[in-house]
Design a protein around this ligand. Structure first.
Ligand code: GLU
Length: 434
């Protein structure tokens, strides 16, 4: 019997994610205007190269077969293979995948990596499936994507609700479907694998570490110290947790957290390790953490703090909450958390935004090192990895700030200008086939 996946049977369960595509296009167009991008290149970068949609059957634990829909959008590969995550979330659809793939193109270009941009995922709520079901869903998705991904063509990685286990299943499935002599040479088809299976030491913390680094660089630039600064985090997953972990090490204080289940606050500080342990013991939820008070969902962004880290989903800071934000720095751990209208208000209010394509680029930088490690048959140590990530993040941060200052721009527009110009150069040098 064929059934509809459990979480797609009612419309109310889906959270609409409007405007991500409009958002990324407005950001792209405003930077393109600034650099006077050639209209032909603007045309190319305004569309996605390939959009793959696969429907595939998976055996559920109760013996039924459910049909799932998976996406992989490949935006641009002028600088190298498509690169970007796969997310498992009810909001995944073709528009979200398109926007997120575009953001990856700008992110990898800005970081100076030899990659293009891609993104995808499956529209589902992973909390509704057993580990066995998630493994079969992941393996069938990988099989359905087939040669649309590949270590020198399109390299997925973890994203929202996917992790190193998901990548281990993907790598194993992809390698198992190659001819025997090619199997082990294909390990770098995905990055973000567990360290024991070709993964990179430190890839788990790379994104959150990068978020923290950009905040640290910002503080250094402004002659400020992180010790004693207060911060809030939206999303206590991989990115939010590690960013909070490193900030706490520097003496900053976590004062409010919001996740998919609720929000909590404590003016005196929330201990990051204790909250993490609590969330792990409560199905990933921070709700009812004993050393904090509940906070109304709508009051999260207006919490008094110095730094706010949106590290969950897109379109979170909008015209509705931007006027009430008290933080003077927004560090975008998520992709697309601030929409264009929200950003205009923040800029008017003197709030600095470290844009996503810079702020969360530590993840894909870590992925690049993992890919190199696999390709070269090497194994790198954690301290070496962290140093390499810091060096790359510093180069990007300085480059963006220099450009922003010279051209009197905000950091996002500056980051976009640098990213787009690098791709433009590749097109100008190579021309358009035939
Ligand atoms: N999903 C992460 C991002 O949005 C990492 C992508 C990657 O490592 O390829 O940047």
């Amino acid at each position: 019997m064929i059934t509809i996946p459990k979480d797609l049977d009612t419309k109310e369960k889906k959270i609409p994610l409007r405007g991500m595509m409009e958002n990324v296009m407005e950001q792209f167009n405003s930077a393109s205007d600034h650099i006077n991008l050639h209209p032909n290149i603007r045309k190319i970068l305004s569309i996605t190269n390939n959009e793959i949609i696969v429907h595939f059957p998976v055996k559920m634990d109760n013996g039924d077969v459910a049909i799932f829909t998976g996406y992989r959008v490949q935006h641009n590969n002028a600088l190298g293979p498509y690169k970007g995550g796969l997310r498992y979330h009810p909001t995944v659809d073709i528009d979200a995948a398109r926007a997120l793939a575009m953001w990856m193109t700008w992110k990898t270009s800005l970081a100076g990596l030899p990659y293009g941009g891609g993104k995808g995922g499956i529209q589902l709520d992973p909390t509704k499936y057993s580990a066995g079901e998630l493994e079969r869903i992941t393996r069938r998705f990988t099989f359905a994507l087939a040669d649309n991904i590949g270590p020198e063509h399109d390299i997925p990685a973890p994203d929202v609700n996917t992790n190193s286990q998901t990548m281990a299943w993907m790598a194993d499935t992809y390698m198992s479907t190659r001819p025997p002599a090619e199997r082990s040479a294909n390990q770098h088809v995905v990055t973000g694998k567990p360290a024991g299976s070709g993964g990179l030491e430190g890839r788990d913390r790379a994104t959150g570490f990068g978020v923290f680094l950009t905040i640290k660089f910002w503080a250094e630039r402004n002659n400020e110290v992180l010790k004693g600064k207060t911060f809030t985090v939206q999303g206590f997953g991989n990115v939010g947790y590690w960013a909070a972990y490193f900030l706490e090490l520097e003496g900053a204080k976590l004062v409010a957290v919001q996740d998919a289940f609720g929000s909590i606050q404590n003016k005196n500080g929330i201990e990051v390790a204790a909250l993490f342990k609590y969330a792990q013991a409560h199905k990933g939820s921070i709700v009812a953490y004993p050393d904090a008070l509940p906070l109304d969902k709508d009051d999260f962004f207006s919490t008094a703090c110095d730094i706010c880290i949106p590290a969950a989903l897109g379109n979170q800071i909008t015209i509705e909450n931007a006027p009430f934000i008290k933080a003077k720095l927004i560090a975008e751990g998520a992709n697309g958390p601030t929409n264009v209208e929200g950003e205009q208000i923040l800029i008017k209010n003197g709030v600095t935004i470290i844009p996503d394509i810079l702020c969360n680029s530590g993840g894909v930088i870590g992925s690049y090192f993992e890919w190199l490690q696999n390709r070269n048959g090497e194994l790198w140590q954690l301290d070496e990895v962290m140093m390499k990530i810091e060096k790359k993040m510093k180069e990007s941060f300085d480059k963006v700030n220099k450009y922003a200052e010279e051209h009197h721009l905000d950091m996002r527009t500056a980051a976009y200008c640098i990213a787009i110009q690098r791709i433009e150069r590749a097109y100008v040098e190579r021309g358009i086939f035939p």
